[in-house]
Design a binder for this molecule. Structure first.
Ligand code: GRF
Length: 195
């Protein structure tokens, strides 16, 4: 199975996914694509010999369709079987997503359906939640929605800042996403629940 990974920043989730696709794993990375030509994830991917591409979203301003038409070119050329959004920070339209329906995954730093959108760690602390975590889900037209394929749960400790919590959740993202990708690539949609 060919896996394309979309990143916007440092790409730590991409690295975890790429480094998991070895040996008898049924998938291999075929492209790392970003909306930012300077994204640290692109350098890390290139260092691992993975083809990369970037389509800067800024020249397209509000014209999301035009940006996505450009983004689609390297993505379709890579002929992915699975597309993983990994720290990809642009909202994708239903039209774009529909081209990969059922084979596009995303990781979101909350226990969905709680805290869709941004600033999830601060919101969980603010709400006084005992637990927080991350979710891998199939991408649908609705933001941070779609069938849940895995979750990792962490406790919120007294005195946690959003940064403390984000760092702890990120470590679990790096465990959860590779586990979900392997199952998904094997055709198994049984949710992965960690720890
Ligand atoms: C992190 O905040 C992570 O929680 C979310 O995307 C951000 C960057 O992740 N999934 P990465 O290091 O670029 O994978």
């Amino acid at each position: 199975k060919r896996v394309a990974i979309l990143v916007s920043g440092g790409g730590s989730n991409m690295v975890s996914l790429v480094d998991s696709m070895t040996g008898d794993h049924p998938a291999r990375p075929c492209l790392v694509l970003s909306n930012d030509a300077l994204a640290g994830g692109l350098k890390k991917a290139a260092g691992r010999g993975i083809p990369t591409a970037a389509v800067d979203h800024r020249p397209f301003k509000g014209d999301r369709a035009a940006f996505e038409a450009e983004l689609l070119k390297p993505l379709q050329d890579a002929k992915p079987d699975i597309v993983c959004l990994a720290g990809f920070m642009r909202v994708l339209t239903g039209d774009f997503v529909s081209r990969f329906q059922g084979r596009m995954l995303n990781i979101h730093p909350s226990l969905l359906p709680k805290y869709k959108g941004l600033h999830t760690h601060a919101r969980a602390i603010e709400a006084g939640d005992a637990d927080h975590g991350c979710t891998v889900h199939e991408v649908t037209a609705a933001l941070d929605d779609g069938p849940i394929l895995g979750q990792a749960r962490v406790h919120i400790e007294a005195g946690d800042t959003p940064e403390d919590l984000a760092a702890r959740v990120l470590l679990w993202e790096h465990k959860l996403y590779p586990a979900v990708l392997r199952r998904f690539a094997e055709g198994n949609k049984t949710p992965v629940l960690l720890p």
